[in-house]
Design a protein around this ligand. Sequence first.
Ligand SMILES: NC(=O)c1ccc[n+]([C@@H]2O[C@H](COP(=O)([O-])OP(=O)(O)OC[C@H]3O[C@@H](n4cnc5c(N)ncnc54)[C@H](O)[C@@H]3O)[C@@H](O)[C@H]2O)c1
Length: 265
Amino acid sequence: MTSSDLFDLSGRIAVVTGAGSGIGRATATLLASAGAAVLCADIDEEPVKETAKIVESGGGTALARRVDVAERAEVTEMIEAASREWGRIDIACNIAGIMHQSMVVDTEEVDLDRVMAVNLKGVFFGCQEAARRMIEQRSGSIVNMVSSAIDAPAPGIVCYAMAKAAVTQLTKTLAVETGKFGVRVNAVAPGFVITGMTSRHFRLDDGSMDADRREAVVSAMAKMAPLRRVGEPDDIAGAVLYLVSDAAGFVTGQTIRVNGGVSMP
Ligand SMILES: NC(=O)c1ccc[n+]([C@@H]2O[C@H](COP(=O)([O-])OP(=O)(O)OC[C@H]3O[C@@H](n4cnc5c(N)ncnc54)[C@H](O)[C@@H]3O)[C@@H](O)[C@H]2O)c1
């Protein structure tokens, strides 16, 4: 087998949530460039349509769909839509996520519930629906997006870190349950990557970016990494491509840390 055969996704069907921005968009476009047809899903309709356009303008195949992953029925319908359109589902990337910042003692129940609904239950629903199809098919690969927060506790992100830790365990459990059916389940734990989520650190009230603040945040984050830089969405998409490809055919239940070396558990 050649290296291009190993990473070739021609004829495979992928569903990517959170595809309207950042890591999800980079993943959808990279999987499409490797040959997969991609159903791009996001709660924000216009950005996800834009992702599908980017894929198509690169010669790939994509559909855009508005989906709130916290709504079970919408996730079920998303997976059904991919099956209806293309007949099967080979790859499911559960990437949609939100951040909420508060210290444990200040956290409101409503905020805890929303983060769990999107970052944990949304991924659970995505795993469930995809795994049911993949078990029937006797093949498939699921990748869940977690975070460095599973290893390194940081103040103020408790809801997010708890949800990501739970998804890491979900990933292992599902891998154990589905391995005998030829289904692989893995996770990617990114370090600091500049996206819509992390730009909150330097976004001003009017939505514009504070360039000096951005430089300060990025250089502080870069200093913490042995590789002395922060991540780009493509760094994370590359790890997803590896995990869903035949190159990772013997890999399941793993969490790959793509973080410039910030944590090495
Ligand atoms: N950026 C980082 O530094 C970083 C680090 C570790 C993990 N992550 C994880 O990577 C994933 C992608 O984040 P990102 O950094 O690209 O952020 P982002 O904000 O750029 O993208 C997140 C996307 O998810 C979508 N989304 C939010 N709620 C949704 C819902 N209920 N249903 C469907 N879509 C929804 C958003 O509209 C957005 O397009 C997240 O799971 C995040 O936790 C990011």
